[in-house]
Design a protein around this ligand. Structure first.
Ligand code: PEP
Length: 252
């Protein structure tokens, strides 16, 4: 295994107001030196990307976005935000293919890949989300579904990207896969990436996401192949998110 720097990312979804952005400053103070050893990212709603990037420009917290347009060039696409605009606004990463976008907005693997490629072209690091539903897990289709999503959703051009394994059934609830199940799917993702990119697959960070909290984060971080986490609810409050970050073995 290469020296992959852990990444712990917070996805604020459509939560938070301007006043809540102060939590990012509190987080920066709480995590101290851990920020040098772990990449820490907050993805606020698009409306707040620029102001939070500006407010945290000289601090340790990176700012990202939760989605971007698949269109690289400026275009007549009302309501869309391009990856280039997000990069201009100070974002460093962008989440693509979150299950809420795949399910509610019917995003396909192909669209997710186009978004990831637009992000890479704009100089952003895409975080490509994959994961099975409860029905797919019950039907024994985890490898089929996650393997297909990885093969079809990650960018085809070279450049750094991140994969987040987020079992859909574990998001927003209280249950997570067992540590063995997490290890198994992370190995499958790495193997799938190796089939596409050869040895370079060892450089790709693979995060776990789905009901990560201050209580379970420490043990999830010990699982082989887990390079960090994508955290929803528990990233909104600096106290919870910093407890997760400080529970990573690289934090001390
Ligand atoms: C998410 O939305 O990416 C997520 C992992 O949410 P939660 O941590 O709240 O389950």
């Amino acid at each position: 295994m290469g020296a992959r720097k852990p990444l712990i990312a917070g996805n604020w979804k459509m939560f938070g107001r301007a006043a809540d952005l102060a939590e990012i400053g509190v987080l920066a103070e709480t995590i101290g030196a851990a920020a040098g050893r772990i990449d820490i990212l907050i993805c606020p709603p698009a409306a707040y990307v620029q102001s939070s990037a500006w407010q945290n420009r000289s601090g340790p917290i990176l700012i990202g976005a939760q989605d971007c347009s698949p269109n690289g060039a400026d275009a007549a696409r009302t309501g869309e935000v391009s990856a280039a605009m997000l990069a201009d606004a100070g974002a460093k990463y962008v989440i693509v293919g979150h299950s809420e976008r795949r399910q509610i907005h019917k995003e396909t693997d192909d669209l997710v890949r186009q978004k990831a490629e637009a992000a890479l072209s704009a100089g952003l690091i895409p975080i490509v989300c994959v994961g099975e539903t409860q029905d797919e897990r019950t039907a024994g289709k985890v490898a089929d579904v996650v393997g297909r999503q990885v093969r079809s959703s990650v960018p085809s051009q070279s450049g750094a990207f991140v994969v987040a394994y987020e079992p859909v059934w574990a998001i927003g609830g209280n249950s997570t896969p067992t540590l063995a199940e997490i290890a198994e799917v992370h190995a499958l993702i790495r193997e799938t990436l190796a089939g596409q990119f050869g040895g370079q697959a060892n450089d790709t960070r693979i995060l776990y996401g789905g009901s990560v909290n201050p209580k379970n984060a420490g043990e999830i971080f010990t699982v082989a192949g887990v390079d960090g986490a994508l955290v929803g609810r528990a990233s909104l409050k600096a106290a919870d998110f910093s407890a997760i970050i400080l529970g990573h073995p690289a934090a001390v």
